[in-house]
Design a protein. Structure first.
Length: 245
């Protein structure tokens, strides 16, 4: 009896060590120089040579391309998650149409829980985190009841479901991938217009892409090899994301 508890505890400890070092090992699978050339050939078009999300094709997508120099957000993504997004495309990852070891949890739909008016009040509340506009009592209450569990009471993306075991942002890797939006993060929030935010809350992340035909990150598994994908993950990690851990 006691022994099996010890074994289980040990197994748990080993598992958490493996989880912790996995991103580092994954990055070593890639080659930085190869990643750089893939990036400069394909990815720059949307994500920008500087990783600022302002490449020549960036205005053709909504949400706008992810800003790789946004350490606050990017350091919360694991290498495995980035690999899968690049290989299968973000929608396929969110729908888990392939086997994954990640704890993937897309933004859920609220169309059966909230009215359109309530959703608009929540969009205003989200923008208020940056503009400083005080939230209405109703919006605040809706947010605490429906959103805080993932997005955090302060809207920083650190709710209990986001990370039951790890410390709060900016420098933690969320246990759910992708990380829930941090409304206090200007680089992240500038990527969305109000119409997108409205439909996102109503339809969820998968629904907004499929039903409302918003564009998200495509799959590159047909044109890039597994090695090339790991290489570009490594390039993004080492070139754009400031070392904060
Ligand atoms: C046609 C434009 C376009 C190109 C080209 C492109 N991306 Fe993206 N990418 C996007 C958009 C848009 C998003 C934001 C998706 C979202 O937030 O739903 C994104 C997001 C990402 C993310 C973050 C996913 C997340 O959940 O935040 C990674 C990693 C990524 N892209 C890697 C790459 C790599 C590597 C390449 C080159 C092989 C590439 N992208 C090429 C448009 C593009
Ligand atoms: C079960 C957890 C969960 C709950 C509850 C939740 N969200 Fe999210 N939300 C997420 C995750 C995860 C993301 C990251 C985006 C993704 O799925 O790609 C996100 C992203 C967002 C975004 C940014 C858009 C984007 O594509 O990243 C907004 C805005 C948002 N949520 C609003 C809300 C609002 C408002 C509520 C409450 C009505 C809410 N969320 C409830 C998990 C949640």
């Amino acid at each position: 009896m006691k022994r099996s508890i010890v074994v289980l505890t040990l197994a748990g400890a080993v598992a958490s060590v493996v989880l912790f070092v996995a991103p580092i090992l994954a990055a070593e699978k890639g080659d930085f120089a190869q990643g750089e050339s893939v990036y400069k050939e394909i990815c720059f078009a949307c994500h920008g040579l500087k990783g600022d999300g302002k490449g020549p094709r960036s205005l053709g997508t909504m949400p706008r391309p992810q800003v790789f120099i946004n350490t606050n957000y990017m350091s919360r993504l694991t290498d495995q998650y980035m690999f899968e997004v690049i290989k299968y495309g973000k929608l396929a990852v969110l729908k888990r149409v392939h086997p994954t070891t990640q704890q993937i949890m897309p933004m859920p739909p609220f169309e059966h829980t909230l009215t359109d008016e309530q959703i608009r009040a929540l969009v205003t509340l989200e923008r208020g985190f940056l503009s400083g506009a005080p939230p209405s009592a109703e919006a605040q209450q809706l947010f605490q009841a429906n959103c805080a569990v993932c997005h955090g009471a302060e809207g920083r993306g650190n709710g209990v479901m986001a990370s039951p075991v790890q410390p709060a942002p900016p420098h933690f890797v969320s246990r759910i991938q992708p990380a829930p939006a941090d409304y206090t993060d200007p680089l992240f929030m500038a990527r969305f217009d109000d119409a997108f935010l409205f439909w996102l809350i109503k339809k969820g992340r998968v629904g907004v892409t499929e039903e409302k035909a918003y564009v998200t990150m495509n799959a590159y598994g047909q044109i890039l090899s597994v090695k090339e994908i790991w290489s570009v993950v490594r390039y993004i990690r080492e070139h754009f994301i400031k070392k904060t851990r």
